[in-house]
Design a protein around this ligand. Sequence first.
Ligand code: ADP
Ligand code: MG
Length: 140
Amino acid sequence: MAIERTFSIVKPDATRRNLTGAVCAKLEEAGLRIVAQKRIQMTRENAETFYAVHKERPFFGELVDFMISGPVVVQVLEGENAILKNREVMGATNPADADEGTIRKEFAESIEANSVHGSDSPENAAIEIAYFFSGSEIVG
Ligand code: ADP
Ligand code: MG
């Protein structure tokens, strides 16, 4: 197994409800280390660029509005198999389908306001990390 880095977002529904620490505790309990973190207000351009892969989907406009509706916490997580491990602790996109104990099962409000983002591949992890962090901001 390899030590990987993945990109994570604590989404506006979670920061609004003061759940940043609760989400981070779940990540750390799963063995992921938060090696970079900052609270930011995404611009519309940030959100449209970040979710460009979904721009043809019917929910794209609402998703962008949601992602800029309040602050988010962007993070780099590090650990063995971090990309898959984070997807496991996040749970399914739709909280109705998420396993017990996952972040989305416990905290998500809906399929859209689902509390967290996590990269889905090594390639996307590298792109997403580089979009939000410079190398000197990541301290492993
Ligand atoms: P994931 O975040 O689990 O990787 P996707 O990449 O498919 O899921 O979707 C990105 C985000 O778009 C989701 O986390 C969620 O916030 C939103 N989303 C996905 N599907 C829907 C949907 N059917 N309706 C509204 N929002 C959605
Ligand atoms: Mg995705």
